[in-house]
Design a protein around this ligand. Sequence first.
Ligand code: NAP
Length: 266
Amino acid sequence: MEYRELGRTGEKVPTIGMGTWGMGSYSSSDERAHQVQALRRGIELGMTLIDTAEMYASGRSEEVVGEAVRGNRSGVFIATKVSPEHLLRADVMKACEASLRRLGTSCIDLYQVHWPNRAIPIKETMAAMEDLVSQGKIRYIGVSNFSPAETTEARDALTKNEIVSNQIVYSLANHTIEAEVLPYCVREKLTLIAYSPLNQGKIDTQALPKALLLKYGITPAQMILNWVTRNKQVVAIPKTTNLAHLEENASSVAVRFDESEYQQIA
Ligand code: NAP
């Protein structure tokens, strides 16, 4: 697995982590057990950055993650998110406690503001986040779906800590963030956590250069994940519970292409 520095923290996270949107929704205990097993297998394969949110499956995604990391907490970097309707101080505190309980941990590695909420002053949210760091309940503060201007506002509201990451949609099908958000992250040394990197499974295989797929002996999903993470500031969190797909995703950045080859992809 390739590793990248999270923001300017010195902390290394894998370039390919795992998303969990949709996990926690299951129709049987077998299906739940499969989700837990898939995450455990992904961890074994090196995808030790796991992204979840209090919002996913009304908290049950965090419970599945909690079960998957039980007995191996120190080997995993857990990122979760506080919902935009919970950004007042008391709500942030309550949401964090509930996430800690569901995750079965005493500390969240990366606590992200899921979406901005203009109705709540970001200063209040960031002060609460800093208190959570001081209390040892979270290690790093991140944002998600923030514009550069919103990210700057959040950073300016912090007094002791930094915003280390912005989680945002980035795939071959949607790379609008290359105009402003990515250059901002590169310049300011924030990690860009690419969500829906496989366009939620809608992969346009025909649009990919066949010669490159053959040259490197890789699958379309691997080519896309490799392309999405070609900038050193980017990590990606594809979601899958399919064991073959997990293996594919984990080895998607085993080789890097030439710059001219990346340009053939998009
Ligand atoms: P995604 O990872 O782009 O795509 C997931 C889909 O791709 C699944 O249907 C999966 O199906 C398929 N897939 C995965 N690996 C594959 C492979 N190697 N080959 C072929 N198909 C593959 O979409 P996502 O779940 O929306 O995004 C990833 C994560 O980002 C989420 O789970 C969540 O943690 C996060 N997210 C965050 C936000 C936010 O607002 N911050 C929003 C959306 C998502 P199989 O299970 O069959 O493999």
